[in-house]
Design a protein around this ligand. Structure first.
Ligand SMILES: Cc1ncc(C[n+]2csc(CCOP(=O)(O)OP(=O)(O)O)c2C)c(N)n1
Length: 163
């Protein structure tokens, strides 16, 4: 008999729409990052370019669990979250190219993708800088009396940065 795992014990059922969202959004993230990595290697994308390959589920799963009013922030590995939240992939790619049609008008580049409409607050190049800002975003919702969440992503390096 197969050993019971956390997954087989779970009574949670997900809809076909949720599974489809996970698959489509993770595939978009993966294909986008593969292309970005290729273009970076060809020096068409300049500056820094940190990819999210292998971590797609961390973004996609959270996006399906939260609401459009919740707030998002992460570090420089920031292409995938806006893609999952519905930001135009062309605008994210334009930002990587430094074009005026990019999400930050080409001034931010790969590490500084923002999309205020999707409540995606960056995209930050300073390791750990997203932690106090994410906390502030959470407090802002508390002060305003909403039930919105602020979700802050960080790597293990950022955890002990000090903030
Ligand atoms: C304050 C600061 N110190 C150092 C760096 C240089 N730096 C860039 S990425 C990185 C590693 C961060 O690791 P982690 O937070 O675990 O994120 P990961 O890249 O592994 O996703 C460092 C030290 C920086 N950007 N900011």
């Amino acid at each position: 008999m197969a050993k019971k795992t956390a997954a087989t014990k779970s009574k949670v059922k997900y809809s076909k729409e949720t599974y489809t969202f996970w698959y489509e959004s993770m595939l978009l993230m993966r294909r986008f990052e593969e292309k970005a990595g290729q273009l970076y290697g060809q020096q068409k994308i300049r500056g820094f370019c940190h990819l999210y390959i292998g971590q797609e589920a961390c973004a996609s799963g959270a996006i399906s669990a939260l609401t459009p009013d919740d707030k998002w922030i992460t570090a420089y590995r920031c292409h995938a979250h806006p893609l999952g939240l519905g930001t135009d992939p062309g605008a994210v790619m334009a930002e990587l190219y430094g074009k005026a049609t990019g999400t930050t008008k080409g001034k931010g580049g790969s590490m500084h993708i923002f999309d205020k409409e999707k409540n995606f607050m960056g995209g930050h190049g300073i390791v750990g800088a997203q932690i106090p800002m994410g906390l502030g975003m959470g407090f802002a919702e508390k002060y305003k009396g909403t039930k919105n969440l602020a979700i802050c992503y960080m790597g293990d390096g950022a955890v002990r940065q000090g903030a």
